[in-house]
Design a protein around this ligand. Structure first.
Ligand SMILES: *[C@@H]1O[C@H](CO)[C@@H](O)[C@H](O)[C@H]1NC(C)=O
Ligand SMILES: *[C@@H]1O[C@H](CO)[C@@H](O)[C@H](O)[C@H]1NC(C)=O
Ligand SMILES: *[C@@H]1O[C@H](CO)[C@@H](O)[C@H](O)[C@H]1NC(C)=O
Length: 357
């Protein structure tokens, strides 16, 4: 027969003072804690939270924005205002970018684009995304839909079909490799003397390009094994372009305007490859910093931030290109077709930069 467990009344009585002692200590601690918390008034708590928020905003701005593309002295004003908004706004709102209403952004018609580009010489140096962007600009803005593709390396004059006296010269030199049929050498392609000579040639004639749009990153992502190696490659590239520009000035010619167009955020399957967006954001920053130090860059076009919202799948990219023309065939995700407005947006951003003089 199982024994019954009985708690004797003596045991129960003995444990009660023990219980009282513990509860008493706990209560005292809680009361002391409450007094401490109450002694910090509401204002102090608010200040701590605000200071923390400022720091968050500051970090967001610091990590996303090359400082000279943003009117920083107007940012303070905007953050001050935001400070009075509800906490919900702080979390769901700005990532630190300030979109100013007194900045205008123009969508170009063929006529206005031709009026701006006529008699000009635009020089591109970068990866195969330039190839798509140039084609899209010719097709959709400059009224030349019959041009289905441009090669990785070319130098051509285009004229306005409606006004043949208006021409623009576009030169584009692929920089993924010094050999235009190969890939994944990136900035190291500048170690090839033939490639250097090819580039210098365009800046050593009587007329030189008035604007340069350069980019690098995707091929570098594969080639360079670590940030220190890439940094050395970026130093070399910056000093090469610095020398090219100095030679231009020594000949008494006007220094071209040079835009650094940051490389894309790779999308879908390519998010986890050697040119993943985390790495590309750092590479963009390193090269831009070096080019700035060499005095080469006059402006920045942030295509990384433009492509980033569309990089989570392959709807707007094939992984590494945002401007590939849709074909009536299965795309990466098994659906028919895809979207390429992100690159068309870039074409208009380029025109805004090219035409603001
Ligand atoms: C800052 O904002 C003020 C008023 O909105 C404007 O007048 C000024 O030009 C702005 N400065 C810059 C550098 O954008
Ligand atoms: C384009 O036109 C310029 C003169 O405007 C000329 O010097 C150049 O050789 C032409 N390029 C080609 C590829 O026809
Ligand atoms: C470029 O690479 C291809 C192979 O992709 C090769 O056949 C060709 O000879 C190379 N060109 C030069 C100039 O070395």
């Amino acid at each position: 027969m199982p024994e019954k467990v009985v708690i004797s009344p003596q045991w129960a009585l003995w444990s009660i003072p023990m219980l009282h002692w513990r509860v008493g200590l706990l209560t005292a601690l809680v009361l002391v804690g409450m007094v401490v918390v109450w002694s910090i008034d509401g204002c102090t708590v608010k200040n701590i939270i605000q200071a923390w928020r400022y720091q968050q905003d500051y970090l967001a701005v610091r990590s996303h924005t090359p400082d000279f593309t943003l009117p920083l002295h107007n940012l303070t004003f905007t953050l001050d205002k935001k400070d009075h908004s509800s906490p919900v706004d702080v979390w769901s709102g700005s990532n630190g970018w300030v979109y100013s209403t007194h900045c205008s952004f123009k969508l170009y018609s063929a006529e206005s684009a031709w009026n701006c580009l006529k008699n000009r010489w635009i020089f591109f140096w970068g990866d195969s995304n330039h190839v798509d962007t140039i084609r899209n600009m010719l097709n959709f803005v400059l009224d030349l839909p019959e041009i289905h593709a441009v090669p990785r390396r070319f130098d051509m004059n285009f004229s306005n079909p409606k006004e043949p006296s208006q021409t623009v010269r576009i030169t584009s030199i692929f920089n993924g490799h010094w050999n235009e049929t190969q890939n994944y050498l990136g900035l190291d392609s500048l170690r090839d003397e033939g490639f250097q000579d090819l580039l210098r040639k365009y800046f050593s004639e009587d007329t030189i390009p008035d604007t340069v749009i350069m980019n690098s990153g995707l091929h570098d992502g594969v080639h360079w094994r670590n940030i220190r190696a890439f940094s050395a490659g970026a130093d070399y590239a910056a000093s090469f372009w610095g020398d090219v520009m100095k030679a231009v000035r020594q000949r008494g010619l006007a220094w071209p305007r040079v835009f650094y167009r940051t490389t894309v955020a790779t999308g879908g399957y390519a998010r986890s490859l050697a040119f993943n967006p985390n790495k590309m954001e750092v590479f963009n920053g390193v090269l831009l910093e070096k080019l700035k130090q060499a005095g080469v860059v006059s402006g920045v076009i942030d295509n990384f931030d433009m492509t980033f919202p569309w990089h989570f799948d392959n709807r707007c990219n094939d992984g590494v290109h945002y401007g590939r023309a849709p074909a009536k065939m299965k795309w990466r995700d098994g659906e028919i077709g895809h979207q390429y407005f992100v690159d068309l947006m870039l074409a208009h951003v380029l025109l805004n930069a090219l035409c603001a003089r």
